[in-house]
Write a new protein. Structure first.
Length: 304
């Protein structure tokens, strides 16, 4: 695990970039909208919270920031979000799939009625919504000749917790999107990275806050997570393997998983991959590499 430190001198490279962000009206997303605007970006953000989204747009008071009502589970809503960015600013450079929810309650609890189909809104918003954002975002980034796709997961994307299985499944799925896209995306000049924050002071954690603070556990502020976004988008273009400006991780800065805890950012995927022969076994790792190479060969097809 490597600690990553933002190179603030690189923030000037953001000026004029066009960002599309989901879940931008509150919490981490709200901080991201204001921060990127403050660095000279043009931001189009979507959210289902219309009053909060409109209030944020009004408070910033700039023609460079636009709110669009958007339910990420509705594909047409996301098409409209990206179309609006293209219409206003002519391109898209950075896409952040940030929208997410956590529903209280345990669908696996013994007293949950068996006959009632669970709604699984977390899978719809957190995973299906991110898939929609990624698909549409990739198309717009191609038009721009490349860019950045940031996927917001959670510590629940790689750690277990009881009584929240659908949420954990949705956040594990975000890392699945990362691993499904990163090899092909970077060949198109698109960097795909995932963010896994631990406890962050937003409305989603009100139920656990008091006990968390009592135990003296580390806490993130929304800006700490946004700093990880900044690291992703200022660490050099996808085609430049020697231009990772933020220190602490191997170049190119793509396909990374950033863990955010206590206000600090750590890259955890590099070592996971490097240590594969140890945790999987050297022979298994060797054979797996051959199989992966076959699957990645352009001539290989799943179609019969």
């Amino acid at each position: 695990m490597s600690k990553i430190v933002l190179d603030t001198a690189s923030l000037g490279s953001l000026k004029g970039k066009v960002i599309v962000l989901t879940g931008g009206a509150n919490g981490i997303g709200k901080t991201a909208v204001s921060t990127f605007h403050g660095h000279g970006c043009k931001v189009v953000f979507g959210d289902v919270s219309v009053k909060a989204g409109q209030a944020l747009e009004t408070s910033i008071g700039s023609s460079s920031v636009k709110f669009v009502q958007c339910d990420v589970t509705r594909y047409q809503n996301q098409l409209d979000l990206f179309s609006r960015a293209q219409e206003l600013f002519g391109r898209v450079d950075i896409v952040i799939a940030n929208a997410g929810i956590h529903d209280a309650g345990d669908v696996f609890a013994a007293d949950e009625p068996l006959e009632a189909e669970p709604k699984l809104r977390e899978l719809d918003v957190n995973l299906k919504g991110a898939l929609f954002t990624s698909k549409i975002g990739m198309a717009y980034l191609r038009k721009s000749g490349g860019g950045d796709l940031i996927l917001v997961s959670s510590i629940a994307g790689f750690k277990e917790a009881t009584s929240m299985t659908p949420y954990i499944a949705s956040k594990h799925g975000i890392l699945g999107i990362l691993r499904g896209l990163r090899i092909s995306a970077i060949q198109e000049g698109i960097r795909v990275n995932a963010i896994c924050p631990w406890m962050t002071r937003t409305g989603m954690v009100t139920g656990i806050e008091d006990g968390w603070y009592k135990h003296g556990l580390p806490v993130n502020e929304p800006m700490d997570v946004v700093t990880s976004f900044l690291i992703c988008v200022t660490s050099g273009p996808a085609e430049d393997n020697n231009n990772a400006k933020s220190t602490g991780s191997a170049a190119p800065f793509s396909g990374k998983i950033l863990y955010i805890a206590g206000g600090d950012t750590y890259e955890i995927e590099d070592n996971l991959q490097a240590l594969e022969p140890q945790w999987l076994g050297s022979e298994n790792s060797r054979v797996l590499k051959l199989g992966q190479a076959y699957l990645e060969d352009p001539s290989t097809s799943w179609a019969k």
